[in-house]
Design a protein around this ligand. Sequence first.
Ligand code: ZN
Length: 165
Amino acid sequence: MPEYRGMNLLVPEHDSEYREYFALAAQGRLAVRRCADCGLLRYPPGAACPWCQSLAWTWQDVAGRGTIVSYELVCHAVQPGFRDWTPYAVVLVELDEQRGQPTPEEALRVVANLVTPDLRPETEENVAINKRVRVIFQPLSDDFALPQFTLSGEPPAGMPWRLPE
Ligand SMILES: [Zn+2]
């Protein structure tokens, strides 16, 4: 069973949605589901399309580049394994493949930790809405990796905004 920061990450055998998602990540692939009927991409990889309710889907690789559209700073870690990370950022990343679709409020968005390229928490003052990020994979076992995001260094997608001090 893969372990992450002292926690066992148990994904049951019958959980085809997340087992395969993390297994593809172990191959260096960020994959989301594409609805076979309306064609929209979705995350998390649920069984039904949230827009047309179709149960038909395929995996679709995405480039793993996107923009921070919201974030949260975790100051008090619920999980003991994160205590020495606080304060750390959890970011909501809108992926480029489906920016603003099907609506500006409901696009292809992934929640992740914002980390440095060596997988340490990004410093608080570097976190901002509109900053650009790219996926990086943290291998935890042969068939399990965690997709994380790191700042890409590209120009921001708009004026960077962060919570005033
Ligand atoms: Zn659909």
